[in-house]
Design a protein around this ligand. Structure first.
Ligand SMILES: Cc1ncc(COP(=O)(O)O)c(C=O)c1O
Length: 391
């Protein structure tokens, strides 16, 4: 099977875990601190601007707590968002307000976001679809003008940039995922960054029971002599990373540049080899100054053939998918929004295999199978429609 996503984990990651075993410290410890510092440096930040968590969904939940979202308030998010973002809003008792997206980039423009903002809006959660930064800079300006917190869900954007600024650091809070389908993989894991180090300090407490002191070995507690005492500032969960995950993450971060090279080369190959295929639209060109992580490569076609094309490829061992089904259609959120651009994109879009372990033969086979499927299914649909109009 040619997978649509796949992690690249090998001997170096295994050796890093073996070192953690030997150290007898597998929980959150020195390697987690090293990984946080390395990830902060990768973003161009100091270490006090980030904190690791057990997964990006936890970071989204924490961000909604930091935004003080609650009953009577609203949070705007593109309907093409990960379900964990919608849940993070709803869990606080706030109302998720879904906005439309550009049908080609699947990210909202400023006008889409502005149309969904109300006096009750506490925050906007923005995802950079597929790793494309989209209008994040303009949306950050809008949020700043209106006094609204911007959370960047940078799960697709581990290395995406606009004019050198890392996605996830352009708004007020950024969250990243290192789950098994992402580019940097730690099994499960995530990171949160905030412009205000005070928010990072609060996030650290929220990720660890709400405890005032993170470690009994902090200088203050040792001076107290009773380092086992606890002070809880707000009740919370335990959502932390551990040293096994961090050890893997440190190796993965060192390999990120090579992963990105390969992903970019595959995207370029798809761009070149699919450009002339009638009935198929490719991801729009990146604007000048924008860098993508190439997390998703998406193609768009007539909605009458999309599902059948996916099945044709699956029958040949090529797995495709669609990210992210529209959240305004999820009954639990009780949205009555009508978002025609997003609905059209949902029906027409398919994400092709894109990961650094794909061989040239895999990518060639994908292009060949896609070309054949789109050509055949388009011709069939035309014939059927013509027959229908004769009756
Ligand atoms: C855009 C986006 N945000 C958030 C998440 C949640 O990440 P995690 O699995 O680390 O909780 C995902 C995971 O698929 C995602 O794709």
């Amino acid at each position: 099977m040619i997978n649509v996503f796949q992690p690249t984990l090998g001997a170096d990651e295994l050796a890093a875990i073996a070192e953690v075993f030997d150290s007898a410290w597998v929980g959150k410890g020195p390697r987690t601190a090293d990984f946080e510092a390395a990830f902060a440096a990768h973003l161009g930040l100091t270490a006090d601007r980030v904190t690791s968590v057990n997964c990006c969904t936890s970071a989204l939940f924490i961000s909604m707590e930091l935004a003080d979202a609650g009953p009577g308030s609203e949070v705007v998010l593109p309907t093409i968002s990960f379900v964990g973002a919608g849940n993070a809003v709803a869990d606080r008792g706030a109302r998720p307000v879904f906005c439309d997206v550009d049908p080609r980039t699947l990210t909202p423009d400023v006008a889409d976001v502005a149309a969904a903002i109300s006096p009750r809006t506490k925050a906007v959660i923005l995802v950079h679809y597929g790793g494309y930064p989209g209008d994040v800079v303009e949306i950050a300006e809008l949020c700043r003008e209106r006094g609204i917190l911007l959370v960047e869900d940078a799960a697709c954007s581990v290395a995406s940039r606009v004019d050198g600024r890392a996605c996830g650091t352009i708004g007020d809070i950024g969250v990243w995922s290192f789950d098994s389908q992402k580019i940097v993989v730690t099994g499960d894991g995530g990171m949160l960054s905030a412009r205000d180090p005070e928010l990072v300090a609060r996030a650290k407490k929220l990720a660890y029971f709400g405890l005032e002191q993170f470690s009994g070995f902090s200088q203050a507690k040792v001076a107290d002599t009773r380092w086992w005492d606890i002070a809880v500032s707000s009740y919370s969960r335990r959502s932390i990373m551990n040293d096994m995950q961090a050890a893997i993450g440190l190796v993965q971060l060192g390999r990120l540049a090579s992963f990105l090279d390969r992903r970019g080369a595959i995207a370029e190959y798809y761009d070149r080899e699919l450009a002339d295929l009638s009935g198929l639209l490719l991801p729009p060109r990146l604007p000048a100054g924008h860098v993508s992580s190439y997390y998703l490569y998406w193609v768009q076609m007539d909605e009458e053939i999309r599902d059948q094309v996916a099945r044709d490829l699956y029958a040949q061992g090529i797995y495709t998918t669609f990210r992210y089904p529209a959240l305004h259609k999820v009954a639990a959120y009780r949205s009555d929004a009508r978002l025609p651009k997003a609905e059209s994109a949902v029906a027409r879009t398919l994400c092709l295999p894109l990961h650094q372990a794909l061989s040239d033969a895999d990518v060639e086979a994908t292009v060949e199978a896609l070309r054949a499927a789109v050509t055949r299914r388009s011709a069939e649909t035309k014939t059927l429609n013509a027959a229908g109009s004769l009756r």
